[in-house]
Design a protein around this ligand. Sequence first.
Ligand code: G3H
Ligand code: ZN
Length: 285
Amino acid sequence: PLTTTGELITRARAARTAVAAFNIITLEHIEAVITGAESVGAPVVLQVSENAVKFRQGRLLPLARAALSAAEQAAVPVALHLDHVQSGPLLHQAADAGFSSVMYDASRLPYEANLAATRAAVDWAHSQGLWIEAELGEIGGKDGQPPRDAHAPGARTDPAEARAFVTHSGVDALAVAVGSVHAMTTRTATLDHDLLKRLAATLDVPLVLHGSSGVPDDELKAAVAGGIAKVNIGTALNQAMTGAIREYLGAHPDAVDVRTCLRAGREAMARTVERIVTGVGLTPA
Ligand code: G3H
Ligand code: ZN
């Protein structure tokens, strides 16, 4: 059934685990995430990023409606989240399209501008009953430098500045930079667990890990134990899908029916969902 991201995070925290949030691009992604989640009995978040909307020819509704319908029919609780939103017009479609949460990403902006834009997004989201996550760039913007992307290698979130940002923006959750980097295709990232513990102790909102595809299971487990409440995974699904399609077409160079290779891609993604969810223990008991 359809549920809300806030509810899944509350449940996950009570069970001392985190919720897995998978980025969806195609109908096969939706089917694979739900099938995988059902086979291991885990609730999941389906995330649609602004980049995915761009790929879907700028239209949110076709993918959102497919995700909503699949969530309603799923045997596990499924929530819809709009991810990495920079565009105001896209943000403002979230509630009507069935999303219960959004990640508003003004992390490219200097601190004060990020705070002001995020504050406005929070006011709108809360007026719609939505849960809202935000992100800080490399905090500080010291020496008048604009912040680096929060997921640039080496970028880190400063606990004191994060605390001020959360207090003044009113966000419900914060994406933190503790060593993960977006779009890694090897699971070789190491996280700064001391910093994560300090962030968790300093902030009273749930913390979100982005770029989790590049983080090994044991590091993810430690991150969840250290305070991460939502684990965002995108690239690992795409890697599974393109890898399986490549393999299928290599073995069947005369294949014509697109369902043959898409089925292989969908199955590989479902196995990836199962592997990560069980490997990290992202299932509330
Ligand atoms: O918001 C989405 C995630 O941060 C996905 O990152 O593609 O590196 O797993 P990833
Ligand atoms: Zn992300």
